[in-house]
Design a protein around this ligand. Structure first.
Ligand code: HEM
Length: 408
C-alpha cells in the first residue's frame, strides 16, 4: 500500500476556500501534487478522505459495488448538518442498490435522447419568450434571473405545474440546498414541498394528460413499479436536479465567454463548435464551485488506480468534480478554455457510474439552445460590471452567482 503523505497532523477543515471569482480552491492543486488522497475534517466535525486525481475520482464514482451512497447508518460521516439534499434518503441521489436501479430505469425511459430532441421546440419557445422579456425590460439585465427562469419554466411544463408556482418551487429548491437556514424553516420548507408534490400527483392522476409526469404516473399504475412515495420523491428529485444546475451552468458559461471575448467571437464565427464548447465550459467553470460532488462510503478496502493510496472499508470519500476537471494529467493546462480538447477523458461534469445524470440530454439541449439564442440575439452582449465585482452566494451547497448584470 502506498504511504499517504499528510500535509498536517490534524486533518484540515474542508471545504477549502475557492479561488477568485469562484475558481477552484488553490488548495486542490497544492494537495494533488503532494497528497492526492488525504483525510479532511468536514463541517460537521466528521472525517472523510478527499480524492483529487481525475483517475481516482472516476474510479470511485464508477465503482458502485465498492463505493455506496448508502449513508443511512446514523454513525456514517455527514458533510453538513441541516442539508436536506443529503438528509433525504428517498431522493434518487441518496438511494442505492435495487431500489435506485428500479427508479432509474423508469426515469431514464422518459429522458432518452429522442425525448430530449422532442422537447427542443418547447425549450426554444421558452428561451424566445424569456429573451423577448429581457430585451423589452432593457439594459442592463440580470442574466442570472433569466437563467433561473428557463429550467423553472421547463420543469413546470414537464410536471404540469402552473407557471405561477415556479417561484415557490425555486424557494423550496434553495431551502433543499441550504446549510445555513434555521432548522425550523428547513423542516417547514420540506413539509410544504412534500405536501405540494403529493397534491400535484393526486390531481394529475385524476386528470391525466401527456406530460412527463403522466408518463411517471402510468409507469406506476400499469405494473406497480413506482409506489406512491416513490412517485412523490421522483418528482421532487427532478425539481431539485434540474433547476440550480442549469441556471448556474448558463450563468457561469456566459460569464466565461464574456470575460474572454475571443471565445465569444469564436462561437459567433463557428456555431458548429457549440456542443464541444459546452462540455469544455462546464469543465472549466462547473456549476457549484469547489465543494460540489457527493461523498461515497467504501464497503471494502480499495486501492486507488493512481497509486495515491487506499480508501479503507467504512471510510467516506469526497470526490470534487472540479478537482477532476483541473487535474493536469487528464486536462493539460486546465485553466485554459480550449474548444478543441479531446473528448476523452470524460470531464465527469454529469457524473459517472449508476448515478450518472439522468437529465444529461435535456441539459445539453437547454444549454445549446440558450447559448445559440444569446449569440444570435445579443451579438454585442457584455458584462455590465467588472467581473471581480460580481457577487457570489454563500451558505448553500454549491456556490452560485447572485447576479450577472449584462448589457448589449
Ligand atoms: C448542466 C446541468 C446539469 C449538471 C451539471 C448535472 C450534474 C449531475 C451530476 C454530476 C450528477 C451525479 C451526481 C453524483 O453521482 O455524484 C447528476 C445526477 C442527476 N441529475 Fe443532473 N445535472 C444537470 C442537469 C440535470 C437536469 C436538467 C435534470 C432533470 C431534469 C437532472 C436530473 C438529475 C437526476 C435525477 C440525477 C440523479 C441520478 C441518480 O441518482 O441516479 N440533472 N446530475
Amino acid at each position: 500500500m502506498t504511504e499517504i503523505p499528510q500535509t498536517d497532523d490534524a486533518p484540515s477543515p474542508f471545504p477549502f476556500p475557492d479561488g477568485p471569482m469562484s475558481s477552484p480552491p488553490p488548495e486542490f492543486e497544492r494537495r494533488r501534487a503532494v497528497c492526492p488522497l488525504s483525510e479532511v475534517t468536514l463541517p460537521t466535525g466528521d472525517r472523510a478522505m478527499l480524492a483529487l486525481k481525475h483517475a481516482d475520482i472516476q474510479q470511485i464514482m464508477s465503482d458502485d459495488r465498492r463505493f455506496t451512497r448508502d449513508f443511512s447508518d446514523p454513525e456514517a460521516p455527514r458533510l453538513f448538518h441541516n442539508l436536506l439534499m443529503l438528509e433525504d434518503p428517498t431522493i434518487m441521489l441518496n438511494m442505492h442498490g435495487e431500489d435506485h436501479l428500479r427508479l432509474r430505469r423508469i426515469l431514464a425511459s422518459a429522458f432518452t435522447p429522442r425525448r430530449a430532441a422532442a422537447w427542443r421546440p418547447q425549450v426554444q419557445e421558452s428561451i424566445d419568450l424569456l429573451l423577448d422579456e429581457m430585451e423589452k425590460a432593457g439594459r442592463p439585465a440580470n442574466l442570472m434571473s433569466f437563467a433561473y427562469k428557463l429550467p423553472t419554466k421547463l420543469t413546470c411544463k414537464m410536471l404540469a405545474i402552473p407557471e405561477e408556482d415556479g417561484e415557490q418551487l425555486l424557494k423550496w429548491v434553495s431551502a433543499w440546498l441550504s446549510f445555513a437556514m434555521p432548522r425550523e424553516e428547513l423542516d417547514k420548507a420540506a413539509a410544504d414541498f412534500n405536501d405540494y408534490v403529493v397534491a400535484l400527483a393526486r390531481r394529475r392522476r385524476d386528470e391525466p394528460g401527456d406530460a412527463l409526469i403522466d408518463h411517471l404516473i402510468s409507469a406506476r399504475d400499469r405494473d406497480d413499479r413506482l409506489s406512491e412515495d416513490e412517485l412523490v420523491s421522483t418528482i421532487r428529485t427532478l425539481i431539485i436536479g434540474g433547476n440550480e444546475t442549469i441556471a448556474n451552468s448558463i450563468s457561469r458559461m456566459t460569464f466565461t465567454l464574456l470575460r474572454q471575448r475571443n471565445l465569444w467571437e469564436t462561437l459567433q464565427a463557428d456555431r458548429s463548435l457549440i456542443p464541444t464548447a459546452i462540455e469544455e465550459l462546464l469543465r472549466h467553470n462547473p456549476p457549484g464551485g469547489g465543494a460540489t460532488g457527493l461523498m461515497r462510503l467504501a464497503t471494502e478496502d480499495v486501492e486507488l488506480v493512481s497509486g495515491a493510496g487506499t480508501v479503507k472499508a467504512g471510510q467516506a470519500v469526497f470526490t470534487p468534480l472540479v478537482a477532476a476537471a483541473y487535474d493536469p494529467e487528464a486536462f493539460p493546462d486546465p485553466e485554459t478554455v480550449r474548444f478543441d480538447r479531446p473528448r476523452q477523458p470524460s470531464t465527469m461534469q454529469f457524473g459517472a457510474g449508476r448515478h450518472y445524470c439522468v437529465g444529461v440530454h435535456l441539459a445539453r439541449t437547454e444549454l445549446e439552445l440558450m447559448l445559440t439564442a444569446l449569440l444570435d440575439r445579443f451579438p454585442n452582449l457584455r458584462l455590465a460590471e467588472a467581473p471581480e465585482d460580481l457577487p457570489w452566494s454563500e451558505g448553500g451547497y454549491g456556490v452560485t452567482m447572485s447576479e450577472l448584470p449584462v448589457t448589449w
